[in-house]
Design a protein around this ligand. Structure first.
Ligand code: PLP
Length: 382
């Protein structure tokens, strides 16, 4: 292969041509500050509101339920802190899961130091959380349930609609981190019933450093970043207009191409899974059926995932051992440990995540190279 093969789309995606084209004028001729009253400003404001409408439509929300953020991490931090502040009289108990992204888990760790009690539900061996588990964990003083829609390490899809129903039956608010799910599976906030949802532009061919938070009317989040009162006083800071426009264009395109994505990616993913499982000591992680269309994830007996990633890199293949956040470190993905894998096995993780830009030829190349790399690493005892 002459060019690099990029199969780490769960970490980030390349910006689509359409998103880039939509963004470009907002760096140059349409550079105005949306808060300015003259024409440059009005033009930027118009683009901002059109983008809000595009994002709202893509998730089945009203325009004024969408707040722009700097990405998934901010959205998760913001809404968890906001719900705590608004429900201080009700209690200090939050329910989440052991397989959340660190944007949620570390926020909850911080709240623990402020007297909050956190219940982290344990997944089953496929990474699923059941309605019964949630029912058993809910308490009178529970203020929030936060459960991700799709897991970033092994791609399992969580039953958000059913879990949200359980929380609402007990009058508890429900947030879902849909960063990995949006524009990969159909997401409609009304069908799911969620009160809050976090999304991030760079996971669906939009730019990095931009995202959005959905908050169901009349549940307005309390300000987290203070200043000039942008986003109706809820999120201060001059809006990143170009990035917001690019994210909206990418989201519109991603949602429009959902069917095509399913049809193209599932056969590629399943070919990859079937091929990798031919390698002795390779195991699929996550639910075999309830999983993201483009995500194939494995653990290998007797192997360090990080070493495999480095050798794949030398072969021109960009992949990851788990989440991008742990890619630099030697930690076993906490998600796999929570699912019952031993630390040793979890350290042998490999995640291959596809996008519409991947081809069958690339899958064939990976399947051609991977067995030899695994074999030689095992021989060297790594
Ligand atoms: N939540 C999940 C499930 C993620 O996978 C990520 C990023 O990998 C984030 C949150 C953080 O999003 P961002 O990179 O936009 O801050």
């Amino acid at each position: 292969m002459d060019k690099l093969i990029y199969v780490d789309n769960s970490a980030t995606t390349p910006v689509s041509a359409r998103a880039l084209e939509a963004m470009l004028p907002y760096f140059t001729e349409c550079f105005g500050n949306p808060s300015s009253v003259y024409s440059y400003g009005r033009e930027a404001k118009k683009a901002l509101e059109a983008s809000r409408q595009t994002v709202a439509q893509a998730i089945g929300a009203f325009n004024n339920e969408v707040f722009f953020t700097s990405g998934g991490t901010e959205g998760d931090n913001w809404i968890i802190h906001s719900v705590c502040e608004q429900n201080i009289k009700k209690g200090k108990h939050i329910i989440s899961t052991q397989i959340e992204h660190s944007a949620v888990l570390h926020t909850l760790d911080k709240l623990k130091t402020q007297g909050y009690e956190i219940t982290l539900l344990a997944p089953d061996t496929a990474g699923l959380i059941s309605a019964e588990q949630l029912t058993a964990a809910l308490r009178e003083d529970t203020v929030l349930v936060s459960i991700m829609a799709a897991n970033n390490v092994m791609g399992t899809l969580l039953p958000i609609q059913a879990l949200c129903h359980v929380a609402h039956e007990r009058n508890v608010l429900f947030h879902t981190d849909a960063v990995q799910a949006l524009a990969h599976i159909p997401i409609n906030v009304r069908d799911l019933g969620v009160d809050f949802l976090t999304l991030s532009g760079h996971k669906f061919h939009g730019p990095k450093g931009v995202g959005a938070l959905f908050a169901r009317i009349p549940l307005v989040p309390v300000p987290f970043i203070h200043g000039g009162g942008q986003e109706k006083g809820r999120r201060s800071g001059t809006e990143n207009v170009a990035a917001i426009v690019g994210m909206a264009a990418a989201l519109e395109e991603g949602v429009r191409l959902l069917d095509e994505q399913r049809e193209r990616l599932i056969p590629l993913r399943d070919k990859l899974i079937a091929g990798v499982l031919q390698i002795p000591g390779a195991h699929l992680t996550g639910d075999p059926v309830q999983r993201l269309p483009g995500l194939a994830s494995f653990v290998f007996d007797g192997l360090e995932g990080q070493n495999l990633i480095m050798h794949l890199d030398e072969a021109g293949i960009c992949a990851s051992a788990g989440s991008a956040c742990s890619a630099g470190g030697k930690d076993a993905p906490h998600v796999l440990i929570a699912m019952g894998y031993t630390e040793k096995l979890a350290r042998g993780a490999l995640r291959l995540s596809l996008s519409l830009y991947n081809t069958e030829q690339e899958i064939d190349y990976i399947l051609d190279r991977l067995p030899g790399l695994v074999g030689s690493l095992r021989t060297k005892g790594r």
